[in-house]
Design a protein around this ligand. Structure first.
Ligand code: FE
Length: 163
């Protein structure tokens, strides 16, 4: 069980941040998981299930893998409308990066993924779903916080951190 201490929220001109120090008596580090998702599973669904089971309220995700399909979402800042696009082909996940928080009592995963095609060009973006075809190897870090929330932001149309 992680013991944590968090310092006060701070605000600078261009950003806000919270410094968090996590001390685990055994590892002297955050709770961290190696997560290997089964072949043919959908990544976001599996991740949400994992976070719920492990009761992760705030954390970080990184990883690599291979997929046969990915759907990305693009938010047009001018219209605040979403444009979704699916790429149905075999691709390597060159990077998946995301964060974990909570919204309406459920895990809120904000994940971006970049993948390379057969011709080595890359596509990527804000991930809605991706079907594994090969492997998906992730590192999930649990910051040990009891809550890290989200709230809708009218200006951007995004769900921003609520702190
Ligand atoms: Fe995003």
């Amino acid at each position: 069980m992680a013991i944590f201490e968090s310092l006060k929220n701070k605000r600078e001109t261009m950003y806000k941040y919270r410094r968090v120090k996590v001390t685990n008596p055994l590892t002297e580090w955050n709770e961290r998981y190696v997560l290997s998702i089964d072949n043919h599973q959908e990544i976001m669904e599996a991740l949400a299930h994992f976070c719920k089971k492990q009761k992760i309220k705030a954390g970080e995700i990184t990883g690599i893998g291979a997929i046969s399909e990915a759907t990305f979402r693009f938010l047009d800042p001018a219209t605040k409308k979403y444009v979704d696009k699916t790429f149905a082909e075999q691709m390597e996940i060159t990077n998946v990066t995301g964060n974990i928080s909570v919204k309406d009592g459920e895990p809120y995963l904000h994940v971006h993924l970049t993948c390379s095609r057969r011709d080595y060009t890359c596509v990527g973006g804000h991930l809605l779903s991706a079907r594994i075809n090969g492997a998906c190897e992730l590192i999930v870090t649990d910051f040990g916080l009891t809550h890290l929330g989200r709230r809708p932001d009218a200006e951007t149309g995004l769900n921003l951190y609520d702190f």
